[in-house]
Design a protein around this ligand. Structure first.
Ligand SMILES: Cc1cc2nc3c(=O)[nH]c(=O)nc-3n(C[C@H](O)[C@H](O)[C@H](O)COP(=O)(O)OP(=O)(O)OC[C@H]3O[C@@H](n4cnc5c(N)ncnc54)[C@H](O)[C@@H]3O)c2cc1C
Length: 416
């Protein structure tokens, strides 16, 4: 049985593992099944599951980097971000920005508008400048400039991405600084921090009035020794302490305060891709909405209010980042920067009530959801939020006229 990273999506569907475009073409020709491409299976939404077959694409026989010039590379769409980062690094190039982890496939990450943080830094999909696609009609085509804004964020609905051409930047080092701050200070200074630092994000730690801020800035300083990753230990401790909250609230607060005291300030230098992404071992489910920047403070006050009153069971940190705007038709960042607020719950907890209440707050602030993270949008909501949805529908009708890549769950959203 196939399941995604957190285990909230499962499928009995057969998993095909083609090794070439020809084998993919044969699959398309010889079965009538709906085919759903999968990357690393790190999305929480039902993008891959449904009827038909799942297409694992990590065995497609292609070099990781196919060709490169300064500022531009053509790569294997199904390579993982860490493989690509290492291969580009060997040629003196790098991704402009990355998210929290780097195990996703490039096609998977771009298809859902995966992002990192930085006021001037767009999501990964906005870096796509060209692509080779096996369309629903069985042809291997090069995406034209006109169709590119449809392809950049496309949820595997247009066909199978085989190669991607993207913008790169010269390889660079980043200094990462991590420190604990009062939530009030982070709320009042976040916009200043986004202006000051290349990458800025912060985490609000429930029930502590404290948070952790992380900055990344370009430096010529030499690469140093990475400190031990304490994030995983911190999460384990927060999980353990959460059991104390109802029986001994004072002890719970004291334990959290002690943990934060021990955190100290961290500062080290590394190659950009090694510093930006870390490992996430503890399984969780997540909802993330991308909001107009002017709305974020009020939204965060409402969400922290919910955690303090109606959803005291929540102990997972709330993550806040910013991403620059772009022009992709289905990009949540279309037409201007957005601040992303991500709420998480441990995979063993029931997240439905908390996420439902958060979603109401996000929606009323004009938020658009991350395509790979939990949301309950319907077709009519997409029509409201995405002015270019009709252009995407038309492109899908041209590239996949027989709905070979449209599962029942996706048909509810993408069949006009
Ligand atoms: C621990 C964790 C940390 C995360 N951190 C971040 C983060 O920092 N920032 C962020 O924005 N998101 C983050 N995410 C979400 C994640 O980046 C996205 O859900 C991303 O899409 C997952 O990539 P994947 O390779 O697993 O793709 P999958 O989830 O496997 O697939 C995603 C979509 O891509 C399509 N697809 C895959 N391959 C192809 C192909 N070859 N051709 C066409 N379509 C294809 C699939 O059909 C599907 O619609 C995180 C998720 C987890 C579990």
């Amino acid at each position: 049985m196939w399941k995604n990273w957190s285990g909230n999506q499962t499928a009995e569907a057969p998993v095909a593992q083609p090794r070439s475009a020809e084998q993919l073409q044969a699959l398309l020709r010889d079965t009538g099944d709906v085919l759903r491409p999968v990357g690393a299976g790190h999305s929480f939404t039902p993008l891959v599951t449904g009827h038909g077959q799942i297409l694992r694409l990590d065995q497609i026989d292609k070099p990781v980097v196919i060709s490169s010039d300064p500022g531009r590379a053509r790569v294997n769409a199904n390579a993982r971000l860490h493989q690509l980062s290492a291969a580009l690094g060997a040629q003196g190039q790098a991704f402009r920005n990355l998210g929290d982890i780097n195990v996703q496939s490039l096609a998977g990450a771009m298809s859902t508008a995966t992002h990192g943080t930085g006021r001037e830094l767009p999501c990964l999909a906005a870096e796509m400048t060209g692509a080779q696609l096996l369309s629903g009609t069985g042809e291997v085509i090069e995406i034209t400039k006109e169709d590119l804004p449809g392809m950049q964020v496309s949820l595997g609905l247009l066909g199978v991405l085989l190669e991607i051409e993207l913008n790169t930047v010269p390889a660079f080092n980043l200094r990462r600084r991590v420190g604990v701050r009062p939530v009030e200070e982070m709320l009042s200074r976040m916009h200043e921090k986004w202006a000051e630092h290349r990458c800025y994000e912060f985490f609000i730690l429930p029930h502590s009035a404290k948070g952790v801020q992380v900055t990344h800035d370009v430096t010529d300083d030499a690469v140093g020794k990475a400190p031990i990753d304490l994030d995983a230990l911190g999460l384990q401790m927060m999980k353990l302490f959460s059991a104390l909250r109802h029986v001994h609230p004072k002890l719970h607060k004291a334990a959290l305060a002690l943990m934060l005291k021990l955190q100290g300030e961290e500062s080290f230098v590394g190659e950009s891709w090694r510093v930006l992404s870390t490992t996430r071992n503890m399984r969780f489910n997540e909802m993330e909405y991308h909001l107009p920047p002017s709305e974020v403070e009020a939204v965060l006050r409402e969400i922290t209010g919910l955690v303090a009153t109606r959803h005291t069971e929540v102990w997972f940190p709330i993550e806040i980042r910013q991403t620059a705007g772009d022009t992709a038709w289905l990009s949540p960042f279309q037409n201007g920067p957005r601040v992303s607020v991500a709420v998480h719950m441990h995979a063993g907890q029931d997240h439905s009530g908390f996420f439902r209440d958060c979603e109401a707050v996000f929606r009323s602030a004009g938020g658009r959801p991350h395509w790979g993270k939990l949301h309950s949008l319907q077709r009519r909501d997409l029509e409201e939020l995405y002015p270019d949805l009709g252009k995407f529908d038309a492109l899908r009708a041209r590239l996949d006229p027989q709905d070979r890549f449209l599962s029942p769950a996706l048909a509810k959203l993408f069949r006009p």
